[in-house]
Design a protein around this ligand. Structure first.
Ligand code: IMP
Ligand code: MG
Length: 185
């Protein structure tokens, strides 16, 4: 891949090209449009990683769709490994009667998503599903799965298309594997 100003020195290899992602996102959009044809759909993006995915996926959906965003951070890790989710930014739209679809960049341990789903369930949406661009099933510690998945990926640290390492690389058009030495040190 091109290497302007050494931007990609930390990258091991490209995993998914922008074209591959675009083709898969189009398929996800078609499936979602079909499944929600007669239901008021609210897509909720989990900031910041889902921003690029949301922007593309919403345009691949050809039925009415509302969007909103949440920002969450997990705390209670380490000693308190049950983990909880703290809401840093909440949605503005009421969930009552809405069919909500949570959009995640990547499903890893599943902890963030399971806590977020438990929290949103208390607001009594009509239904709740999950779309994840990437899924690392080998890392799952919570019994949870996405209803729509873009790609199953290996247990490597990935960046690009919204995913970051220390807030970098979100703007890569595709998804790349970060060199192990970058985060192992
Ligand atoms: P989980 O609670 O372990 O499922 O964490 C999911 C979150 O961790 C994702 O929404 C990402 O923000 C982050 N994450 C997990 N794996 C990766 C990765 O390979 N690259 C970048 N971020 C990741
Ligand atoms: Mg995230």
């Amino acid at each position: 891949m091109p290497n302007p100003a050494g931007m990609h020195d930390d990258l091991e290899r490209m995993l998914l090209s922008a074209e591959e992602i675009s083709a898969r996102v189009a398929q996800l959009g078609q499936a979602i449009s079909r499944d929600y044809a007669d239901k008021p759909l609210l897509m909720i993006g989990v900031l910041k990683g889902s921003v690029v995915f949301m922007a593309d996926l919403m345009r691949a959906i050809d039925i009415p769709v509302q969007i909103d965003f949440m920002a969450v951070s997990s705390y209670g890790q380490g000693a308190q490994s049950t983990g909880m989710v703290r809401i840093d930014k909440d949605i503005d739209i009421s969930l009552a009667g809405k069919h909500i679809l949570i959009a995640e960049d990547i499903l890893d341990s599943g902890k963030t998503l399971s806590h977020l789903m438990a929290l949103l369930a208390t607001r009594e949406p009509a239904s709740m599903r999950v779309v994840a661009l990437l899924d690392k099933p080998s890392r799952r510690t919570v019994d949870i799965r996405a209803d729509y998945t873009g790609f199953e990926v290996p247990d490597e640290f990935l960046v690009g298309y919204g995913l970051d390492y220390a807030e970098r690389y979100r703007n890569l058009p595709g998804v790349a594997v970060l060199k192990r030495e970058v985060y192992a040190t």
